[in-house]
Each structure stands twice: as C-alpha cells, then as structure tokens.
Design a protein around this ligand. Structure first.
Ligand code: CO
Length: 136
C-alpha cells in the first residue's frame, strides 16, 4: 500500500539555525524558510534525490508541534510521511486492521496542498506517520 517516503519531518526550536547546520555540516541544499500559518509551522525543505527532510519550527500560538518541543526542547524527529495512491482506501484498510487515524478520520490539506492523514503513534511503535496522497 505505501509508496516511497515523501519526507521526514524534524521539529527544531530555530529553523534558520537548523538549516545552517544542514548546509554547513551536511552540505545540503535548503530552501528559504516558508511560513505555513494554516499548519502552525515555519519550514525549510532539504532536498534530497530520494526524499525530503522538513525542518519545522512552531509558528503562532497553537502550533501542532509546540507540545512536542516542550517535551523535546532541543528538537527531534517528529514524523515520517509515506506516499499512497488512494488515501481513503489506505485509511479504510488501516482502520480495518485496527490502527487509529487522528482527527475525524477525513483527509485534510497538508503542507504541500495534497490530502494527508496522520496515524496514532502508539500504533506504530512511537512513530507519528503521515500519509500523503500523491498521484503519478
Ligand atoms: Co509532513
């Protein structure tokens, strides 16, 4: 069901500082920071040939990553995003298998404008999984 890894998202306290670290230490090519107010994050995309890394800093008063950074003030891996061809079919399969979908279970528009869902981390060994519908 799952396709390629679309991105790995890392929560950081300072997205500029994190981007500098990726650029100077790993010689990565980073985007300029982009504010995504609808998603409560400021992000830098690190482009790789096979997937992206997204460095995310909280934006605004009720950022969805604020609680994560409270628990992990230095930052940490926040979620991994897999591509799926049909997100509702993937959701139905997951729910039938006993996994929990966060929110009301309906796909929402993600950071790339495509439909996304998140799965309960307790169902995947502490890892928050995002599914993103990507049609070829
Ligand atoms: Co994501």
């Amino acid at each position: 069901m799952i396709g390629r890894i679309n991105h790995v998202a890392i929560a950081v306290p300072d997205v500029e500082a994190a981007a500098r670290q990726w650029e100077t230490g790993l010689c990565a090519v980073c985007s300029l920071p982009q504010s995504l107010p609808d998603h409560g994050v400021r992000v830098v995309f690190v482009d790789q040939p096979n997937a992206k890394v997204e460095l995310m800093e909280p934006l605004g008063g009720n950022s969805p990553i604020a609680a994560f950074l409270d628990r992990n003030p230095a930052g940490g891996m926040h979620h991994i995003c897999y591509e799926v061809a049909d997100i509702r079919a993937a959701r139905d399969h997951l729910v039938a298998s006993g996994a929990r979908v966060l929110g009301d279970g309906e796909p929402m528009s993600g950071a790339h404008g495509t439909p996304v869902l998140f799965l309960h981390p307790k169902d995947f060994y502490g890892t928050l999984i995002e599914l993103e519908e990507v049609r070829d």
